[in-house]
Design a protein around this ligand. Structure first.
Ligand code: UD1
Ligand code: CA
Length: 455
């Protein structure tokens, strides 16, 4: 087998009119990344030697999104898929193998692309097209074969006759070409069709008529080749993608109680024997340990959760949660929060940009912002670190084993020393030395027989 590798040309210049969006179609996201990025990543994993993306509509946004993950060529006017491919001609050398992909097929896998490339090389064809049998072929180009079953041509949906529309084998929009055949044929493609566009699939008919060998290979899984043209198809693809991830996790030893309501990005890692309860959404670079219980009704993004943590009804982003910590219900953990092992965070607590030490308890109704809390601290109900003076944020330090009474305010910058106590209802504005009791509230006065005097 030829192992010199292949270049890809990924078409991403179209507006995606059917999306009804100001965002270029290929930048719509599913499973945590843009459709285009899914395609680039699949090509990369399949071993492409270079990826070239053709951009046009919303060019700046698309270029920014791609970053340096691919090379870029510009199609100034969107005159059709054939015209789009022509724009990449200067970047391709004559003896290259070129794989053409569309930026709107986010379910592609590296495996499909690799198998397709290998069969293109092994059959010695000048051009190969990947086909799929779709339960609903509407919108796709149909594969027309001759009476021997050999490839004849592709007819676009809008140009198809009623009998051609009945064909369920479609063009997936994925092709391999020997560059030496592709570009001369592409220069001959016209635009005499229903959409007045230069259709890339017409190249195959031209090569066919020149008696070149064309290979139409059927994919074994149509779902992976679905093209997304509308919001409805986007939602359908999202479902397929998250079921794919759930399936993979369950096979690796994760319990997912209700796969239909569990949304996990492909980037997320989860350890064995962790249980994911219903209505849970795990986004981005979440890394979850073994033996955790996550959810129900929780959302995590870019959060690391260590082994044995139990977390319910929680929203956490850019955080770290230690081993065997218990968090929830109704907790919001905001960026740059680091919760150590065995911490307990309970009902209606918000923590932001803070460190919370081993075994500390924040059980009810507290706001902890810009704070460094040691280990073994007990925070009573309704405590607040007052971190903002209207202009600047300041930090609060609470050292190991301090005991903070209910409904206290710590006005930052302030430090509560080791083993100290804060009386309930205090407003602490001065540092508290180690081992002392601070009471910062009005002394109680009792006026006796008050009831009798009033009457
Ligand atoms: C195309 C194929 C169709 C195939 C289907 C598979 C053509 C003419 N038709 O149809 O046979 O079944 O894909 O999904 O190729 N694009 C450009 N520049 C353009 C036009 C399009 O870069 O001038 C890009 C789009 O951004 C998109 C891709 O090419 O990523 C496909 O374009 P789209 O309009 O979605 O083609 P389909 O009608 O789906
Ligand atoms: Ca399409």
């Amino acid at each position: 087998m030829n192992t010199k590798g292949f270049s890809t040309i990924i078409l991403a210049a179209g507006k995606g009119t059917r999306m009804k969006s100001s965002l270029p179609k290929v930048l719509h996201r599913i499973g945590g990344k843009s459709m285009l990025q899914h395609v680039i990543d699949a090509a990369e994993d399949a071993g492409a030697t270079q990826n070239i993306v053709v951009v046009g509509f919303g060019r700046d946004k698309v270029e920014t999104a791609i970053g340096n993950t691919a090379r870029i060529v510009v199609q100034q006017e969107q005159l059709g898929t054939g015209h789009a491919v022509l724009q990449a001609e200067p970047l391709i050398t004559k003896n290259d193998t070129v794989m053409i992909l569309c930026g709107d097929t986010p379910l592609l896998t590296a495996k499909i692309l690799k198998n397709f490339y290998e069969s293109h090389i092994n059959t010695g064809a000048q051009a190969s097209v990947l086909t799929a049998v779709m339960p609903d072929p509407a919108g796709y180009g149909r594969i027309i074969r001759n009476f021997n079953g050999e490839f004849k041509k592709i007819v676009e949906h809008k140009d198809a006759s009623i009998s051609e529309k009945a064909i369920t084998e479609v063009n997936t929009g994925i092709y391999c070409f020997n560059a030496a055949s592709l570009f001369p044929a592409l220069h001959q493609v016209g635009h005499d069709n229903a959409q007045g566009e230069y259709y890339l699939p017409d190249v195959l008919e031209i090569l066919q008529k020149e008696n070149e060998k064309i290979n139409a290979i059927a994919a074994d899984n149509y779902e992976s080749t679905l093209g997304i043209n509308s919001r409805e198809q986007l939602a359908h693809a999202e479902k397929i993608l998250h079921h794919r991830k759930n399936h993979q996790l369950m096979n690796s030893g994760v319990t997912i109680m209700d796969p239909d309501t569990t949304y996990i990005d492909s980037t997320v890692v989860i350890g064995q024997d962790t249980v994911i309860y219903p209505s849970t959404w795990l986004q981005g670079n979440c890394i979850i340990g073994a033996n955790c219980e996550i959810g129900p009704c929780s959302r995590f993004s870019d959060t690391v959760i260590k082994d044995g943590a139990i977390i319910s009804f929680t929203y956490a982003h850019d955080c770290e949660i230690g081993a065997n910590a218990t968090v929830g219900p109704y907790v919001h953990l905001r960026p740059h929060t680091k919760i150590a092992a065995n911490v307990h965070i309970g009902n209606f607590v918000e923590v932001k940009n803070s460190n919370v030490g081993t075994g500390t308890k924040l059980p009810h109704l507290s706001y902890i912002g810009d704070s460094d809390i040691g280990s073994g601290v007990n925070m009573g109900c309704g405590c607040i670190t007052v971190n903002y003076d209207g202009k600047n944020k300041h930090r609060t330090t609470i050292e190991d084993n301090a005991f903070i009474g209910c409904n206290s305010n710590m006005v930052a910058p302030v430090k509560i020393g080791k083993n100290s106590y804060v009386g309930a209802g205090s407003t602490i504005t001065k540092d508290v030395p180690d081992g002392s009791l601070a009471v910062g509230r009005a002394r109680q006065t009792n006026i006796e027989k008050w009831h009798d005097k009033r009457n």
